[in-house]
Design a binder for this molecule. Structure first.
Ligand SMILES: Cc1cc2nc3c(=O)[nH]c(=O)nc-3n(C[C@H](O)[C@H](O)[C@H](O)COP(=O)(O)OP(=O)(O)OC[C@H]3O[C@@H](n4cnc5c(N)ncnc54)[C@H](O)[C@@H]3O)c2cc1C
Length: 504
């Protein structure tokens, strides 16, 4: 079958898009200019919302098995323990994955490549996109593999080609934003003293975060002390080691990998032009606060994947493709501003930073986290389970606190949980209460399955009212939220967007 989509880049975003398109049986190719998966451990955190998507695609357990659940976070000031916060199941009752998972990006990518391979898809390594041109019916591309040039046509081109995206540059999009003044280092080291779990270490000369790695080594992410970088960025970790050993409580025996870097916050002015899309770092880059960068790229991929599939299979109106940019750009902008604030609170120099570092982080935060409501709020924000697309043209209706555009709240049901049917990655109606033959008839006209869940009191706690009716999108967001007196809206929605089951 001829590939209709070309994915450029096999980082986490491109690999997730490949898995999403494969799930929808869309023929595609994925090319990567490097010779194999990434070898640097870069992004260390996988959040709950991404594990929910991985469950939909059938490999969440493989990722979880290789990672470590973050149980505790400790705060040290000048080498002294100031606070220990138990994170564990911080999002209990909010998701099947109520925790933060730590997994190095290289292992993560390697698993995604393996899953694709098991499903019959090979990443084309050593293969680079050289140029492209869009016409009315396709995108003409020039690809080069080991000196051999290929010209080909695709229906859609997806630039998942990272922060230096040539796809973005060729489209002429601006990548506005800025660069933080601080210079960072990231390193994987072997320590003769075990690292005390995840810890944030603040000291007079700088800041260093430690994360234990599954192989017993320690990941360090820090800001260089000013005196170390005053004459230039060191080519080795050596000049920083005395500061680390004095304040972080480890003894470095061996440096396995070290990289200095600057942190940028930028966003492309568009994520789409005609048949060409940008996803992941190609479209937006953030400060590392909250470990959101990679997770957001994977979220982009899932959002784009089902929309491309639905349009290509003629199971939805083409206008749904416009919602990829509006939904994901709104989220990326919000993320850039919140991670920017969080980042500046820790690395800035003003009174606010001193207050944050000396009072909020060591004293107030551990106490606040002990409150169940605040724990829940924090989990929802950080895990990306709170993502809402309420302003999207695809989002309609409201029942109680639940609006069209929200992620389907997670609840346990008699046999499993209400996210179990989302594994189909297809449209579905949910009723939380009494079955309705009239709705069944509407659903059947578009071959959309209808799931009836017996309502129980616990559902109220996550905002699901008795007899709520929801039309759920393939990515698990609510398209339409209505009562049993508003069934006409369900038919109207399906007609407006020409929705038909993707899998039928
Ligand atoms: C030092 C460091 C530490 C980080 N730490 C964190 C963290 O703690 N948490 C977090 O969430 N994020 C972190 N990040 C960011 C995270 O790594 C990125 O957000 C993530 O890799 C983005 O994935 P992506 O697939 O969009 O892009 P990338 O991972 O950059 O993948 C893009 C791929 O496209 C390929 N490519 C580019 N051009 C072409 C072409 N023309 N043809 C073919 N292939 C091409 C590239 O070779 C690359 O493999 C960190 C980044 C760095 C550099």
């Amino acid at each position: 079958m001829k590939a209709e989509v070309l994915i450029v880049g096999a980082g986490p975003t491109g690999l997730a898009l490949a898995l999403a398109l494969h799930k929808q049986k869309i023929p595609f190719r994925i090319i990567e200019k490097n010779s194999g998966p990434g070898t640097a451990s870069r992004a260390m955190i996988v959040h709950g919302r991404i594990l929910e998507h991985y469950r939909q695609m059938g490999f969440a357990e493989m990722i979880i098995e290789q990672g470590n659940k973050v149980e505790d976070v400790q705060i040290f000031m000048d080498g002294n323990l100031k606070a220990k916060m138990h994170i564990g199941d911080i999002g209990e009752n909010l998701s099947r994955f109520p925790y933060i998972l730590s997994l190095p990006q290289d292992i993560h990518e390697e698993i995604l490549v393996r899953v694709l391979k098991e499903r019959g898809v090979e990443v084309e390594w050593n293969t680079q996109l050289m140029s492209f041109k869009e016409s009315d019916h396709h995108v003409q591309v020039v690809i080069e593999k080991e000196g051999i040039t290929e010209e080909n046509n695709f229906v859609f081109l997806c630039g998942c080609d990272g922060a230096h995206s040539s796809v973005r540059k060729n489209l002429g999009f601006q990548f506005e934003g800025g660069t933080y003044a601080q210079i960072f280092y990231v390193a994987d080291v072997k320590s003769s003293i075990p690292s005390p779990g995840i810890s944030g270490n603040m000291f007079r000369e700088g800041f260093c975060l430690t994360i234990p790695l599954p192989n017993g080594n320690v990941r360090l992410i820090g800001i260089f002390p000013e005196e170390v970088v005053k004459d230039g960025i060191p080519s080795e970790l050596a000049p920083v080691i005395p500061f680390i050993e004095k304040n972080v409580g480890i003894k470095i025996e061996q440096v396995n990998w070290y990289s200095p870097y600057k942190v940028h916050h930028r966003i492309s002015d568009h994520f789409r032009k005609g048949r060409i899309f940008l996803a992941g770092d190609a479209g937006h880059i953030h400060s590392p606060a909250g470990g959101q960068g990679m997770n957001t790229g994977i979220g982009d991929a899932v959002n784009l994947g089902w929309k491309l599939a639905a349009v290509m299979l003629e199971k939805a109106d083409e206008k749904i493709l416009d919602t990829y940019e509006t939904e994901r750009m709104a989220f990326a902008k919000m993320l850039i501003s919140t991670t920017d604030r969080a980042f500046n609170s820790v690395v800035g120099k003003g009174v606010e930073t001193r207050l944050f570092k000396n009072a909020v982080i060591p004293y107030a935060l551990p106490r606040l986290i002990a409150f169940p409501r605040l724990r829940k709020k924090l989990y929802k924000k950080v895990s990306q389970t709170d993502i809402k697309y309420r302003d999207s043209i695809l989002s309609e209706g409201q029942i109680g606190q639940i609006h069209g555009g929200d992620r389907l709240p997670w609840v346990t049901t008699e046999n499993s949980d209400n996210h179990e049917p989302l594994k189909s990655m297809d449209w579905q109606f949910h009723i939380y209460g009494q079955d309705l033959p009239e709705l069944r008839a509407i659903a059947e006209s578009s071959a959309i399955p209808l799931y009836v869940f017996k309502w129980k009191k616990e559902m109220d706690a996550v905002g699901i009212k008795e007899n709520s009716i929801m039309l759920i999108r393939p990515d698990g967001h609510i398209a339409l939220a209505i009562t049993n007196r508003e069934l006409v809206k369900a038919q109207k929605y399906l007609d407006e967007f020409k929705i038909y089951s993707i899998n039928s």
